[in-house]
Design a protein around this ligand. Structure first.
Ligand SMILES: Cc1cc2nc3c(=O)[nH]c(=O)nc-3n(C[C@H](O)[C@H](O)[C@H](O)COP(=O)(O)OP(=O)(O)OC[C@H]3O[C@@H](n4cnc5c(N)ncnc54)[C@H](O)[C@@H]3O)c2cc1C
Length: 397
């Protein structure tokens, strides 16, 4: 006979496990007491929060998926998703710093690096002694990443890198950079993605020139900077993965990164909706709390439902990744949904707060500005739709 499973015995895959609760509980407390109070001020000043980032390193947040042998927390991707959502809910800028450091720079090093490269670079990144940056985008190459112009010329056992990179998160503050460049010309009969290589470069390498941090709409205390590579020389030991074959790794890194950006959109949307819901219960117009007007209550109902759907999609992509299954389409779907719904929830929160929603003190306008990036970074909405349609249509060939 089938055994009756008690409700309390059931492990619901989308809920926090006891292990996850033990991590998220103290983290929430830390975020509430140490991070949330300064978020408005950091948004105004645009100052990068070096001290906070150091504290996050001590908490293990900067090496979330790094194996324990390199000093990391070795968390699975669904735990990573929950943590990213929590950080986004209090400070979008800090969330982008954490997400890009973990998913892009460390993600690429872990996926393609040799054991020697892991031992050299990963422990300092996982502990937060150094921050990581990942440099793919260029002034004339964004969505069409394979058209990049940065060149890596091989000579003996060295490569010399020349080119410009744009919008690099941690561009000024990073100690370790993963740089994508063309090392070999495209060959006839081979895709143009062939010939692209990745390099790990020390922040103090001669010729690595950091530009002026960008003045952004949102995510103002995250560091976004153009960088120039002016004859940066690296030995062949700096080559990450196989020469000329890095584009496959780049796509894998972006798949992983998109799970983080989805969670970031959801965290920002959730936080804005919470502020709006509390406000709607307190704010009275026409003699009644505005939450009791269906126009407001239904808006809240739709958004909480959409956010839940986005969260489930993101956790599904995370579960597929951890199971070693293909998750390209799932990650793009999660990113498209999480970022769109996140922005919609922030926008609706501004509307629910009325005039106060437009005032900085109430925070929802900052959340909207921060969330807007999630529809652009690590592949725009349009690029996610291209990926989803391509992956889905494969089934009908
Ligand atoms: C705050 C911030 C942080 C970032 N951090 C990093 C980082 O750390 N590292 C890094 O390498 N990059 C980073 N980026 C760059 C980011 O990934 C790119 O901005 C993004 O991929 C889009 O590229 P683009 O800006 O060149 O836009 P473009 O590619 O020029 O696109 C412009 C518009 O055209 C649309 N479009 C382009 N191609 C198509 C198509 N085939 N079909 C339909 N529509 C299309 C796009 O969707 C978009 O709407 C960051 C950007 C920002 C703003």
């Amino acid at each position: 006979m089938f055994r009756t499973i008690e409700q309390s015995d059931r492990q619901l895959w989308f809920e926090l496990s006891d292990d996850q609760k033990a991590i998220i509980g103290p983290l929430r407390e830390f975020l509430k007491t140490e991070i949330a109070p300064g978020a408005v001020e950091r948004d105004k000043s645009g100052d990068f929060p070096t001290e906070i980032v150091t504290q996050l390193g001590e908490l293990g947040v900067l090496g979330m998926q790094v194996p324990e042998c390199y000093g990391g927390a070795e968390l699975d991707t669904s735990t990573f998703v929950h943590i990213i959502e929590e950080i986004a809910a209090v400070d979008g800028s800090l969330c982008l710093t954490v997400a890009s450091h973990n998913s892009l720079c460390l993600g690429h090093l872990l996926a393609a690096g040799s054991e020697d490269q892991h031992a050299t670079y990963v422990p300092e990144l996982a502990s937060g002694k150094k921050l990581g940056a990942w440099a793919l985008t260029e002034p004339s190459s964004g969505s069409d990443a394979a058209s990049l112009q940065t060149r890596a010329v091989a000579k003996g056992n060295t490569f010399t890198l020349n080119g410009s990179k744009s919008f690099i998160t941690q561009g000024t503050v990073a100690g370790t950079y993963v740089v994508i460049a063309r090392s070999d010309p495209p060959q006839e009969g081979r895709p143009r993605t062939h010939g692209i290589s990745a390099f790990v470069i020390d922040g103090d390498s001669p010729g690595l020139i950091r530009g002026k941090p960008e003045q952004k709409l949102g995510l103002r205390s995250s560091d976004t900077t153009p960088i120039t590579l002016d004859n940066v020389v690296t030995s062949t030991e700096g080559l990450l993965g196989q020469r000329g074959e890095a584009f496959t790794d780049v796509l894998e890194v972006l798949d992983g990164g998109r799970i983080g950006i989805a969670a970031m959109g959801i965290g920002l949307g959730r936080a804005a909706l919470e502020i709006a819901s509390r406000y709607a219960l307190e704010r009275r117009q026409f003699g009644t709390p505005i939450a009791h007007f269906q126009a407001i209550g239904f808006k809240i109902a739709d958004l909480v439902t959409e956010l839940e759907a986005a969260r489930l999609m993101t956790l599904r992509a995370a579960a597929l990744k951890d199971a070693g299954r293909n998750y390209t389409m799932a990650a793009s779907q999660a990113k498209l949904k999480g970022s769109t719904v996140g922005v919609e929830a922030c926008d609706a929160a501004i509307q629910i707060l009325g005039g106060y929603g437009y005032i900085k003190e109430y925070e929802v306008e900052r959340m909207w500005r921060d969330a807007r990036l999630t529809r652009i970074g690590e592949g725009t909405d349009e690029i996610q739709r291209l990926i989803i349609s391509k992956e889905y249509l494969k089934r009908f060939h």
